[in-house]
Design a protein around this ligand. Sequence first.
Ligand SMILES: Nc1ncnc2c1ncn2[C@@H]1O[C@H](COP(=O)(O)OP(=O)(O)OP(=O)(O)O)[C@@H](O)[C@H]1O
Ligand SMILES: [Mg+2]
Length: 262
Amino acid sequence: MIKQVPDPVLELHNLTVVYESKPALWNVDYTIPENHLIGVVGPNGSGKSTMLKALMGLVKPSSGYAHVYGKEIDEVRQRIAYVPQRNSVDWDFPVNVFDAVLMGRYKANNLFRRVSKADKEIAMEAIKKVQLEPFVKRQISQLSGGQQQRVFIARALAQEADMYLLDEPFAGVDAATENSIMSLLKEMNANGKTILVVHHDLQSVKDYFDWLLLMNTRLIASGPTEEVFTEDMLQKTYGGKLNILSRVVEIIEKQGHPIREK
Ligand SMILES: Nc1ncnc2c1ncn2[C@@H]1O[C@H](COP(=O)(O)OP(=O)(O)OP(=O)(O)O)[C@@H](O)[C@H]1O
Ligand SMILES: [Mg+2]
């Protein structure tokens, strides 16, 4: 099930990425409409992070292309905030929380513009939104994993982008923090932002996302969550590797989690 839409904000066309002669993404083709909260789901090594990097132009496709807002990424980079998977970041970089978040205010094409008072206020606002005020002066290397994750989310917020690409923002984050970040994302989505989140917890997929991409090197499905999140599709995505998976949909149905209304 791959639902194609007119005027997509994200478009991958026959995109293939190969690392050292092994494909990480194979002929992925999808379009995503504006203003959705999109989940990206698939097993480890299924190309989820690679797909985000391809969207950001950080890996070069062997064939095909990725367009964001109908353009090459370089033309719209400032409108896109990207939060990489936490383990791929050098946390020893000597910078404190405030300055790390303030980096969200630097424009890609104007690194030497002076930071204004307004920039600092926006950075502080973002820090408050993720409840990191007590740590503003702390070096990022001296934060817990969940706090580090929130620094990156605050930096993305400070950028005031139109689209947010978040690679496993809830990995190693406690339930309370996950809830507060999710409320923030839902609020941003209600204010017109497009947000794409790589996510592993199948239990919360229906609550969190109204559009879903299922991946396993190939794209298995793309469409509204209620159409895509089925036992059959999950089996195709995980290849029967997880037996309990066959029951996840059933269990979730029984719990009666509502599909988020738009
Ligand atoms: N820089 C690289 N060089 C070589 N192979 C790579 C590189 N980065 C990723 N790969 C391989 O490409 C495949 C896809 O990796 P990717 O990181 O996109 O998966 P993922 O779906 O994000 O997995 P996870 O859920 O573990 O984060 C994997 O087999 C991985 O080993
Ligand atoms: Mg990954």
